[in-house]
Ligand binder design. Structure first.
Ligand SMILES: *Cc1c(COP(=O)(O)O)cnc(C)c1O
Length: 415
């Protein structure tokens, strides 16, 4: 078969008959064509600090290449730029900066745009370390941070001031899975020249594309689903325009944030199977949720793809799918009973992070750090990550844990 693209330039593969590739195809082929990298299917791992130049003139001009050339290892090698290109394709964005972790992508997005005297609006449901960065770092630099209720919608207009610089969102939110009406908030922000950013870690660009809704920066922890194997850390910041991209790239350069080429390689490799993995994570999550809702101890699940979830309508309107992370609210469980539940689990492991192939279950206590607690703090909220194991085995594991809790309760009643 005749190759459709130039062997040397490695330009993008074009779809016969025109039009856009579907996301699963995009994930498999995202980034430079193999023909642009000596036939290698995945980008080679280029490790470098020093880059040498042919002439003193080229050396003196090197900083002009910061945004799209390999000029010094700190600012990325071909491996970094290849992943950035792949992520931009999936996010339907202009360009991407790869950072050392999701946490650094958050810190850099925030510091790239705000300064002393600026007002920042932040969704109350953001990831805990985001809140810590705002409190422990940005507040010291004279930035005023105000949290808003995740379900605020167009009423965010009442909170916007002349010095509001950025509206920062995460949807669904960490621990409580609150959905945010991103298009409504973007409409308000755009009419007032306020920038917007979304932490898109839960959905991945396969299930939600913030930039298509007019958001300025879509950022994520690639540590989670993009990597998919619980063994490396990386962050992504995708910009909707060249001006925004340059601000983000400048911020990463000034703070000396560097993504390891080895981790870029691993994440690029992970992206190849992202669609297949997410399909399975999603299916298993639905199976587990049906099972949980049949247990008498379960009051509710928090998963926007479930029709009973308060955020379901927004999810259905804006998202193309749901990942494998959800919350389960248990009623009237004492602390010893909750501890027994977790300690009885054997397939489900206890550990931070998620998005890998293995199932995880951890206690989640969001209320104390929130400005607007969601009210149902009694009992226990557990966070489940549905991994790639056989669903029936996961259910057997959960069954054993519930049996243990019930035995404790029966024991109490008879004594
Ligand atoms: C885990 C997580 C991060 C941070 O990612 P790291 O790569 O672990 O630094 C950011 N946002 C969300 C929503 C996360 O779940």
């Amino acid at each position: 078969m005749q190759d459709k693209h130039d062997q040397k330039s490695g330009q993008r593969l074009t779809r016969p008959g025109g039009g856009a590739w579907q996301d699963p195809t995009r994930a498999v082929h995202a980034g430079p064509r193999p023909q642009a990298q000596r036939g290698l299917i995945n980008p080679p791992v280029d490790r470098a600090s020093t880059i040498i130049y042919d002439s003193v003139e080229a050396y003196m001009d090197r900083h002009q290449g910061l945004y799209d050339e390999v000029i010094y290892g700190l600012y990325g090698t071909r491996t970094t730029f290849a992943l950035a290109e792949a992520v931009s394709e999936l996010e339907a964005g202009h360009a991407t900066v790869i950072t050392s972790s999701g946490t650094s992508a958050i810190a850099l997005t925030l510091t790239a745009f705000v300064g002393e005297g600026d007002h920042l609006l932040v969704a109350d449901c953001v990831y805990g370390p985001t809140r810590k960065f705002l409190t422990d770092v940005l507040a010291r630099f004279g930035v005023e941070v105000e949290y808003f209720r995740p379900d605020i919608g167009p009423e965010i207009a009442a909170l916007c001031r002349g010095n509001t610089r950025l509206i920062y969102m995460e949807t669904p939110g960490s621990q409580t899975f609150d959905m945010i009406d991103v298009p409504a908030i973007v409409a308000v922000a755009r009419s007032r020249n306020i920038l917007t950013a979304v932490d898109n870690t839960w959905a991945t660009p396969l299930f939600f594309k913030p930039l298509a809704h007019g958001v300025d920066v879509s950022l994520a922890s690639a540590t989670k689903y993009l990597s998919g194997h619980s063994d490396c850390l990386l962050g992504t910041m995708t910009a909707g325009s060249e001006a925004i991209y340059r601000r983000l790239k400048d911020a990463a350069a000034r703070w000396g944030n560097c993504a390891s080429p080895d981790n870029c390689y691993l994440v690029h490799r992970g992206i190849r199977t992202l669609d297949a993995r997410l399909e399975r994570h999603q299916r298993t999550a639905a199976t587990l949720i049906d099972w949980f809702l049949d247990q008498p101890e379960v009051v509710a699940v928090r998963y926007p793809a479930h029709p009973a979830d308060p955020g379901h309508a927004i999810w259905k309107r804006d998202f193309a799918g749901a990942s494998g992370l959800f919350g389960v609210q248990l009623d009237r469980l004492t602390s010893p009973e909750t501890a027994a539940f977790f300690n009885e689990l054997s397939l489900f492991q206890l550990g931070s992070s998620w998005g890998g192939f293995e199932s995880l279950a951890v206690p989640a206590w969001p209320a104390p750090i929130r400005d607007f607690p969601s009210g149902e703090a009694e009992g226990a909220l557990i966070r489940i990550h549905a991994g790639l194991e056989a669903p029936q085995d996961l259910i057997a594991d959960l069954n054993a844990a519930f049996r243990r809790v019930r035995a404790m309760r029966d024991g109490k009643r008879t004594s």
